[in-house]
Design a protein around this ligand. Structure first.
Ligand SMILES: [Zn+2]
Length: 188
């Protein structure tokens, strides 16, 4: 769909200016090429850009650490430890932090495994390979349960997100092929 057919920018609906509280309008600003929320009163253009989600495939003696989600979206489904990157941290720091938060596990982040454009959500999901040196883990606040699973026991039908499936498939495929590369592509 084109911007003119859509009548409003992609992303969340915005009504009021976060700078001055004035009502926002939708227009293509001078020199731009797509619709934005703009404020007439203070001239702020409210750009909205994709968000980065960082995570990892933590591995201990061939088994992979998975978390069962205790929160929406996809409550009760299994996920790799991952979450929104915070300001002031690197991607690998974010992936390690999320693993500590969701699985109470200390991982060593290794190389980049997959970068998945999740166009429908306005997100990019980036996954690293990671080592879990000790099999120490527990359910963090956002998890119902955390488990080390052998590849044959991965609950493929109960994964929370397509990007998780891609990361797990790539991890296993590359492990059996004996070579590492970064998978890049889109997911809905
Ligand atoms: Zn304003």
């Amino acid at each position: 769909m084109t911007d003119s057919a859509r009548q409003r920018p992609l992303g969340r609906r915005q009504q009021f200016c976060s700078q001055c509280g004035h009502g926002l309008r939708v227009e293509i600003p001078a020199g731009d090429y797509q619709l934005r929320y703009t404020c007439n009163a203070c001239a702020t253009v409210h750009y909205e850009n994709p968000k980065l989600v960082v995570g990892c495939v933590p591995v201990h003696e061939g088994r992979i650490l998975l978390c069962k989600r205790a929160i929406e979206p996809r409550l009760g489904f299994w996920t790799l430890p991952a979450g929104f990157m915070e300001l002031g941290e690197s991607m690998s720091q974010g992936a390690a932090r999320e693993t500590l938060e969701e699985a109470c596990a200390e991982v060593v982040i290794e190389d980049l495994l997959a970068s998945v454009n999740v166009l429908s959500a306005g997100q990019v999901h980036v996954f690293f390979r990671a080592a879990l040196p000790e099999p120490l883990f527990a359910a963090g606040a956002e998890s119902l349960e955390v488990r080390l699973v052998a590849p044959k026991d991965i609950p493929w039908g109960e994964l929370a997100f397509t990007s998780n499936r891609i990361a797990l498939e790539q991890y296993l495929l590359q492990r059996s092929a004996g070579r590492h590369f970064v998978w890049t592509g889109n997911s809905i």
